[in-house]
Design a protein. Structure first.
Length: 204
């Protein structure tokens, strides 16, 4: 979150700063030299703004769930057979039933390109896959979670990314709670899940 704020400040300063230099200190001959940098700083400014809602949601999840280190978490780049959405995915064990696996799909692809090169796939290089082994995980795969890779020293998470089951933020979808009890549901609600009403029932 701190780095996101610093990035927002940096790109906010960069865009008008470059524009000011172009207008005040340079001639028209340098317009094409500065224009790419100005456009790119404007693009990064907009991207940083759109990242704030996800950053705030991740902060709320991390305030509710502790980090855990998970080893050999299955992942993939194609559609998971038990997921409604297409896309990259991780597969986690159901906290209520260790024999059952729950997929979590990368629904939001913003800042997910880094993960794309490291999830299990036919072209994934072993040294890149090793960068997310073990995987930092905070959350409940039945609802929402934050995943992360280890920093260079392996002692802290980096590259945080939020994963969630679409129904927790989309009232039009039916939520499958995978045998979650009332305590699990209340914890997910504190973490930011929005649609966990009493009509959401575990599957038979």
């Amino acid at each position: 979150m701190t780095m996101n704020v610093l990035g927002q400040i940096g790109w906010t300063v960069a865009y008008p700063g470059l524009f000011y230099i172009l207008i005040v200190f340079t001639s028209q001959a340098f317009v094409f030299l500065f224009l790419p940098f100005i456009l790119y700083s404007l693009y990064r400014f907009v991207v940083q703004i759109t990242y704030f809602p996800a950053a705030l949601r991740m902060r709320r999840i991390l305030q509710t769930y502790p980090w855990r280190l998970l080893k050999t978490v299955p992942s993939g780049l194609g559609k998971h057979p038990n997921a409604e959405d297409d896309g990259m995915w991780f597969e986690f064990r159901n906290p209520s039933n260790s024999e059952e696996k729950i997929p979590m799909v990368f629904i939001k692809h913003q800042r997910s390109h880094w993960w794309l090169k490291r999830l299990d796939g036919p072209r994934t290089k072993p040294h890149r896959r090793a960068e997310i082994e073990p995987l930092w995980f905070a959350g409940d795969p039945r609802f929402l979670a934050v995943v992360a890779a280890s920093d260079r020293g392996g002692e802290a998470p980096k590259r945080l990314h939020m994963l969630y089951q679409r129904p927790v933020f989309d009232s039009r979808r039916t939520l499958e709670t995978w045998d979650a009890n009332s305590v699990d549901i209340e914890q997910a609600r504190r973490a930011g899940a929005q649609y966990l009403d009493s009509t959401s029932q575990p599957r038979a």
